[in-house]
Ligand binder design. Structure first.
Ligand SMILES: [Zn+2]
Length: 387
């Protein structure tokens, strides 16, 4: 049964509850001649829509007997609910966000599956709940998810209505009038109290953002609440998708996942951020890498490092890293517009496995023994054209 027909024929709640049973236990390797990137598009149909997401998070809270605590953390520009789900009572907090780009879905499915496991009755889940607190936002960009767009759904006029001081300025560089909407993942600022100022527009990719979108504001508000509660938000994970076709440099192995902990070239260029801890980010990435290597000789083991020459202080990862969070970027190799749904089960399970590896390493303390220099040994990524 294809995942597409599965997703459209059962409720989202059932999808969450039984997804683990449907995913093959062993990862399937992707052959080199898999004709990457040329399957029919509109893969978006294979994932939960907003109504199904709503049902899924309500189901998470209900079936866990409230161990998974679901709240409406905010609303999108079109008024859809943005959900946060919290599980565990440990002193170390792991904040995981998915789908800030609306057409990047696999992380949302993986996060829902993981929250379901963490709220479950197993001894393992119980142990993890004692050691860590996991807070997830499955699908931050709920409007983009519904429209299958990278951007949110917001015009520049909407921004000026909310921030009248911006009347007459050139729209933000990350605005796309044809959508219309913003790349929400350039709208962050390490100063959580930053107020949009006309002289800071249109900005650039090397600059900080502004919190002009309700979606970035919601992520910031959740982050701020956790920072006030825990002192530091220990870990922040952002789940994305990239182009479908990459391989490990020097091999014929297709790479279905890239990861990174590097988003800031030089933190001193951006003010005084004494808690910035690049080694903590590198250790967190190695924990993810090790968990997927442990899956043996499978496509799960072929992950790569996302390009390291980036400097993106306006991303959630960049801004939150400056505040002291260890950060991990997941980039699953699949784009809704270019991929069919054949690989969805494997791609989702891969994110779930890597994320679970991080949580395990944090919970049992083994992350502290990881040598951050191991990060530099993760293979590089090489672009492949669609074939
Ligand atoms: Zn993305």
């Amino acid at each position: 049964m294809s995942h597409r027909s599965f997703a459209s024929s059962v409720t989202a709640a059932a999808l969450v509850a039984s997804a683990a049973a449907l995913v093959p236990g062993a990862a399937q390797a992707i052959p080199e001649n898999s004709h990457c990137g040329v399957q029919p598009g509109n893969n978006n149909d294979a994932f939960v829509d907003h109504d199904q997401l709503t049902a899924a998070v309500q189901q998470l809270e209900r079936t866990s007997g409230g161990l998974v605590d679901v709240e409406v953390a905010g609303h999108s520009n079109e008024g859809r609910e943005i959900y946060s789900a919290r599980v565990g009572e440990g002193d170390t907090v792991i904040y995981v966000q998915s789908q800030i780009h609306g057409n990047e879905n696999h992380g949302t499915e993986a996060l829902l599956n993981l929250l379901h496991m963490l709220g479950g009755p197993s001894a393992e889940a119980q142990q993890l709940r004692e050691e860590v607190t996991v807070v997830g936002i499955p699908r931050l960009n709920v409007d983009g998810g519904e429209h299958d767009t990278r951007q949110n759904a917001m015009s520049w006029d909407d921004v000026v209505a909310a921030f009248p001081q911006l009347a007459g300025v050139q729209p933000a560089w990350n605005y796309r009038a044809s959508v219309p909407g913003f790349d929400v993942n350039r709208d962050f600022h390490p100063d959580l109290d930053y107020v949009p100022a006309p002289e800071d527009f249109p900005g650039s990719s090397a600059d900080t953002g502004w919190y002009i979108t309700p979606e970035a504001q919601t992520s910031r508000d959740v982050y701020r609440g956790l920072e006030q509660e825990f002192g530091t938000v220990d870990y922040f994970v952002d789940l994305h998708n990239q182009w479908s076709c990459y391989k490990q440099v020097g091999t014929d192995n297709l790479s279905t996942l890239s990861i990174s902990g590097r988003f800031i070239a030089d933190p001193t260029e951006l003010g005084d951020w004494p808690k910035f801890d690049y080694d903590a980010s590198r250790r967190a990435n190695v924990a993810v890498y090790d968990a997927l290597q442990d899956q043996g000789d499978s496509a799960f083991g072929h992950l790569t490092l996302y390009p390291q020459d980036t400097n993106l202080p306006g991303t959630a990862l960049g801004s939150f890293a400056l505040r002291g969070s260890a950060t991990v970027l997941f980039e699953t190799s699949s784009q809704t517009q270019y991929d069919g749904s054949k690989r969805n089960g494997m791609l989702t399970k891969q994110v779930e496995t890597g994320l679970k590896g991080l949580i395990d390493a944090v919970a049992d303390g083994s992350i502290d023994a990881i040598d951050p220099e191991d990060y530099e040994q993760i293979p590089q990524r090489e672009f492949l054209p669609a074939d």
